[in-house]
Design a protein around this ligand. Structure first.
Ligand code: MTE
Ligand code: MO
Length: 228
C-alpha cells in the first residue's frame, strides 16, 4: 500500500478515538485527497487541550510524527551535527545556535496534503550560514536533514538548502519551538511543502548526491518547492 497519509497513530495521545472517524473525514477535507486509505490509516492529530479540534477545522496545525511519540530533548542537552562533505564538521549546542545571527519572518505553513496555517512567525538561523561555516567540498551536491526520532530525513540540493528562508528554527510564535512542533530545534523550509521541514533536527549532512528522504521515498516530490 502506498503511504499517502502522513504520520502514524500514536495510541492514547491521539484524539482519533475522541473525535471519531466522521470528524476525521471533515478534518482531512472534502476537496483534499480524503481517500479511503487516508481514513483507514489516519494522520496523527493531537489535541492537547481536549476540544480545540472540534472548533475551527480549517487552518489549524496537525502535529505529525511518522514514528509516534518522540523522546523529548531539553535545550540544555541538545546538539546539532553538521557533517559529511565539509572541510569543517561541527557540533553545535543550543546555546551555540542561539549565539549566531538570527532572522525572523512570518510565513504560511503549507502541507502537501492541503492544510495550511497562515501567518506563522519564525525565528532562527539560516542553514546557508551553517553551511558556509562548514565549507562544503567540491563534491558536495545535496544536504540531508536528519531527525533524532531516528527515522525521518529529508534531502535538498545544496542550492535549495541555501535559500534565505530555509532556517534552523529555534522559535515559533515568539517562543521556543515546542516539542510537538519538533523542538527544541527544527527546520523550517519557507518556500517548500511542510515535509521538507524536518522536526527534532539532529544532523545536517552534506552529501555527494540528492537522494530521497522519508516522504520522497514514499512518493512525494524530491523538489518540494510549493507550486513547482
Ligand atoms: N521528524 C519529523 N519531521 C517532520 C514530519 C514527521 O513526521 N517527522 N512530518 C513533516 C510534515 S509532512 C509536515 S506537514 C510537518 C508538520 O509540522 P508540525 O507537526 O509542526 O505541524 O512536519 C514535517 N517534518
Ligand atoms: Mo506534510
Amino acid at each position: 500500500m502506498d503511504a499517502s497519509p502522513e504520520g502514524a497513530p500514536v495510541g492514547r495521545r491521539a484524539v482519533l478515538g475522541l473525535i471519531g472517524l466522521g470528524a476525521l473525514g471533515v478534518i482531512t477535507g472534502s476537496k483534499v485527497q480524503a481517500g479511503l486509505s487516508e481514513l483507514l490509516a489516519p494522520v496523527q492529530l493531537r489535541d492537547p487541550t481536549g476540544f480545540t479540534s472540534m472548533v475551527p477545522l480549517g487552518n489549524t496545525w496537525r502535529y505529525y510524527s511518522v514514528t509516534g511519540e518522540v523522546e523529548p530533548r531539553a535545550a540544555e542537552s541538545y546538539t546539532l551535527k553538521v557533517s559529511g562533505l565539509v572541510d569543517r564538521p561541527a557540533t553545535y549546542s543550543y546555546a551555540d545556535l542561539e549565539a549566531l545571527p538570527q532572522l525572523s519572518f512570518t510565513d504560511t505553513f503549507q502541507c502537501v496534503t492541503g492544510w495550511h496555517v497562515p501567518d506563522v512567525p519564525w525565528r532562527g538561523l539560516r542553514v546557508a550560514d551553517l553551511l558556509e561555516r562548514a565549507a562544503p567540498t567540491d563534491e558536495a551536491v545535496g544536504v540531508r536533514f536528519r531527525s533524532f526520532d531516528g527515522v525521518y530525513s529529508v534531502n535538498m540540493t545544496l542550492d535549495q538548502a541555501r535559500a534565505d528562508d530555509v532556517i534552523v528554527a529555534l522559535r515559533m510564535y515568539g517562543k521556543p519551538v515546542t516539542h510537538d512542533h519538533g523542538g527544541p530545534v527544527r527546520i523550517y523550509s519557507g518556500s517548500m511543502y511542510g515535509y521538507k521541514s524536518t522536526k527534532w533536527l539532529s544532523e545536517i549532512e552534506v552529501t555527494p548526491d540528492n537522494r530521497p528522504g522519508y516522504w520522497e521515498d514514499r512518493g512525494y516530490p524530491l523538489n518540494g518547492i510549493i507550486g513547482e
